[in-house]
Design a protein around this ligand. Structure first.
Ligand code: GLP
Length: 286
């Protein structure tokens, strides 16, 4: 596992966007070779999307040969509802880039047969050749996508009833009225994300500090589903200083030293505020 600690959430957004850009450009996608990207919603990745849009407008990256698969979607929320993940993805990302909408896959929380919808989603991922890079965020209770505490760590895409903590955390998007938050969602499973070749998880803010501690300093535990990624061969957790507040000093020092030791490779433009550049290695052995 790689833990990248940056000063602020803005730097996390910038690092994440540059990492996605680098991965896609290095892959050299084309008509017979699509890059497959897993994507999250939430407030954390918003800055990453803004940066990617900017890089696209500057001509540094194209999404023409990229297929995306989103992690989750609420059940029963109309697509055009401002809090639906369809609305979020279209307005915050897809409409600003050159992706073919047919290649941007989101679960349909209004499908007549939700079980079939989930099975079809898994099949589409498989047909696309699997996910090259899955970007994710977490809830303060350590859930990834909508894999609430207690979810199976080998789960696949399915219907999930949301935990009280998640309803409370997401009420801010529904006028602070918890009764308006949908009670169910469709979500990729922990196993679905684990199948990706690489996973990058963004974690920012003091309210996620305990979850980050559970994610990396304690054992794999289905009550903190993000901890499963300790067992993925290529996981990168990118966090800000605030999110490290519950970690041991020696953990923070260790990972900072690891990053400083990452093979230095200049990228253009370099990332301000970091002493290190991207490794061309997929992972840092620890
Ligand atoms: C929801 C989503 C998750 C997301 C989480 C955190 O629960 N299902 O995929 O990671 O919110 O959101 P935020 O980034 O707003 O804290």
């Amino acid at each position: 596992m790689r833990l990248v600690i940056l000063e602020t959430s803005d730097k996390v957004s910038e690092w994440a966007a540059k990492y996605v850009m680098k991965r896609i450009n290095d892959f050299k996608p084309g008509p017979n070779k699509y890059f497959t990207l897993g994507l999250p919603t939430g407030s954390t990745p918003l800055g990453m999307y803004k940066n990617l849009i900017r890089y696209h407008k500057e001509g540094k990256i194209s999404f023409k040969y990229v297929k995306t698969f989103n992690m989750d979607e609420y059940v029963g929320l109309p697509r055009e509802h401002p809090e639906s993940y369809h609305f979020y993805m279209w307005n915050n990302f897809f409409k600003h880039i050159d992706i073919d909408p047919a290649n941007a896959h989101l679960l349909d929380g209004n499908a007549s047969d939700l079980v079939k919808e989930c099975e079809d989603f898994e099949r589409k991922i498989e047909e696309a050749g699997g996910i090259e890079l899955f970007v994710g965020g977490i809830g303060p209770d350590g859930h990834i996508a909508f894999n609430e505490p207690g979810s199976s760590l080998v789960s696949r895409t399915r219907v999930k009833t949301l935990a009280q903590d998640t309803l409370e955390a997401n009420a801010r998007f529904f006028g602070n009225d918890i009764s308006k938050v949908p009670k169910q969602a469709l979500t990729v499973g922990v196993g679905t994300v684990m199948d990706a070749k690489e996973v990058m998880i963004l974690i920012t803010g003091t309210h996620k500090a305990f979850a980050l501690y559970k994610a990396i300093e304690e054992g794999v535990n289905h009550m903190w589903t993000v901890s499963a990624f300790q067992q993925h061969q290529h996981t990168i957790m990118v966090c800000d200083e605030d999110a490290t507040l519950e970690l041991r000093v020696k953990t923070v020092k260790y990972f900072k030293q690891q990053e400083a030791a990452v093979t230095m490779h200049e990228i253009d433009p370099p990332i301000p505020g970091t002493n290190w550049k991207f490794s061309q290695e997929n992972d840092v052995d620890i």
